[in-house]
Design a protein around this ligand. Structure first.
Ligand SMILES: [Zn+2]
Length: 150
């Protein structure tokens, strides 16, 4: 039987953004390139959870010259899976980063809090996190792997 990768949605609901600034699906047009992940809508300061059993690999910075927005890179702690997830526009939970950085985080465990990315653009951009999935180093559409938290 197929043992498919299942990613718990880090957000409370699976709702892909679509607004005047862009379509949040994987592969959607973004000027001279295409969207490398999916954008999941969030509530203000929404608590986000680990999509899979993982370790924190590193902090990520979506904008080189803007320190306010942050992100996280998670690596699967299941040795049978070569999966990596990058999430942007969230403040990682400090305790997961500095005091227990090599600790395994369980699927569904708190990883941080969503930031308000629409502040960087304008009110027409719906608040969201950006999520990328790499399997065996290759970018893939995360949507078919996502399962609802409900
Ligand atoms: Zn995005």
């Amino acid at each position: 039987m197929e043992n498919k990768l299942k990613l718990l949605s880090p957000t409370e609901r699976i709702d892909i953004r679509s607004d005047p600034w862009g379509d949040g699906h994987f592969g959607a047009p973004r000027g001279d390139h295409t969207h490398k992940g999916i954008d999941l809508r969030v509530y203000h300061r929404e608590a986000l959870v680990a999509p899979l059993i993982c370790r924190v690999k590193r902090i990520a910075w979506p904008y080189r010259y803007q320190g306010k927005y942050m992100g996280i890179v998670l690596r699967s702690a299941n040795e049978a899976r070569n999966a990596e997830i990058k999430i942007f526009y969230m403040v990682p939970d400090e305790t997961k980063l500095w005091t227990k950085s090599h600790q395994v985080l369980l699927q569904g465990e708190l990883i941080g809090m969503a930031q308000n990315i629409s502040e960087k653009y304008d009110y027409r951009m719906l608040s969201h996190i950006h999520l990328e999935l790499r399997i065996d180093g290759k970018l893939v559409d995360p949507e078919p792997y996502l399962i609802d938290r409900g």
